[in-house]
Design a protein around this ligand. Structure first.
Ligand SMILES: [Zn+2]
Ligand SMILES: [Zn+2]
Ligand SMILES: [Zn+2]
Length: 260
C-alpha cells in the first residue's frame, strides 16, 4: 500500500501576518499560539516527492520550524508579495540537486518573479549558492514525482491567480485556493470530487478580493466538501471560536498537518 501524504500549513495568515505590526487588538495580543499566523504557504510530502506552494516572506522561519530540507518544485499561486517575497530563500532547495529547481506559475507570476529576481532565471549567471530556477509556465495538468497537479483559475484582485488540485498517491485529492474571491463555475465539477478543500476565509466582513468565512463555508457546501480548512486568515479570526464553524469546517493554524 502507498504511504500517506503529509500536508503541512507552513503559514495560514493574510498578507500582514498575525499579529499585525502596531496592532493591539485581542487577537494580535492573544496568548494562543494558534492565533499567530505567518504568511500563507503549504508543504506537501509524499514518500518520494516534496512540494512547496508559494514562498512568502516567512519561508525561512517556516522551513526551520518544520525542519524542511528539500522541495522538488515550487508552485506559485500568484505574484503578490505575501506569496513571493521569500523566493530568495528557495536557494536552500537548490543546493542538493544538479538540475535547476522547477518553478511553476502563470506567465504573469513568472514575469513578476523574473523582474524581482533576474539572476535566478539567468542561465548564464554563475549563481554560486543562489536560486537556480527552471521556469515552467502553468498551462494544464502536470506531474511532479508521484503527485498530479491540476491547476484552476480563481478570481482574486486583478492578477491572474491559480488554485491547485493535488492528486496524491493514496488516490485522495486536495484542492488549495488561498487567495480567492470567487471560484469560476467551470471549476466546480473539478473541485467537487476532492476529499479536502482549503479555501481563503480572510475575515467576517466583505472584502473585494478575498472570501469571507461565510462565503468560504457556502462554497464548501455547494461542492459538498467532506472537509474544509480556511486559510489566509486575518486578525479578525479567533482560533478559539472554531467551535462556531459548521461541522467539518475548520480554521487552519500554522504547523497543522493533514494526512491523506
Ligand atoms: Zn495573499
Ligand atoms: Zn490586531
Ligand atoms: Zn493575493
Amino acid at each position: 500500500m502507498e504511504k500517506l501524504t503529509e500536508i503541512t500549513f507552513l503559514g495560514c495568515g493574510t498578507s500582514t501576518g498575525v499579529p499585525v505590526i502596531s496592532c493591539e487588538c485581542s487577537i494580535c495580543t492573544s496568548e494562543n499560539p494558534k492565533n499567530k499566523r505567518t504568511r500563507s504557504s503549504l508543504y506537501i510530502q509524499t514518500e518520494s516527492t516534496s512540494l512547496l506552494i508559494d514562498a512568502g516572506p516567512d519561508l525561512r522561519e517556516q522551513a526551520l520550524r518544520e525542519k524542511i530540507t528539500r522541495a522538488d518544485a515550487v508552485l506559485f499561486t500568484h505574484g503578490h508579495a505575501d506569496h513571493t517575497a521569500g523566493f530568495d530563500d528557495v536557494r536552500a532547495f537548490c543546493w542538493r540537486r544538479e538540475e535547476r529547481l522547477p518553478i511553476y506559475g502563470s506567465r504573469d507570476t513568472l514575469n513578476i518573479l523574473e523582474s524581482m529576481f533576474p539572476w535566478a532565471f539567468d542561465k548564464q549567471y554563475p549563481g554560486l549558492g543562489y536560486v537556480k530556477a527552471d521556469a515552467q509556465e502553468i498551462k494544464k495538468e502536470f506531474k511532479i514525482g508521484d503527485i498530479t497537479v491540476i491547476p484552476f483559475e480563481v478570481e482574486h484582485a486583478s492578477i491572474q491567480t491559480h488554485g491547485f488540485i493535488l492528486q496524491l498517491p493514496s488516490g485522495k485529492s486536495l484542492a488549495y485556493a488561498c487567495d480567492m474571491k470567487a471560484l469560476p463555475k467551470e471549476s466546480n465539477s473539478l473541485l467537487s470530487r476532492c476529499d479536502i478543500h482549503i479555501f481563503d476565509g480572510l475575515r467576517f466582513q466583505e472584502h473585494p478580493s478575498h472570501m469571507t468565512v461565510q462565503e468560504a463555508c457556502n462554497l464548501a457546501d455547494s461542492l459538498a466538501s467532506p472537509e474544509t480548512y480556511l486559510t489566509h486568515l486575518s486578525h479578525d479570526i479567533d482560533y478559539a471560536m472554531e467551535c462556531e464553524l459548521p461541522k467539518n469546517r475548520h480554521y487552519a493554524y500554522d504547523g497543522l498537518t493533514l494526512t491523506l
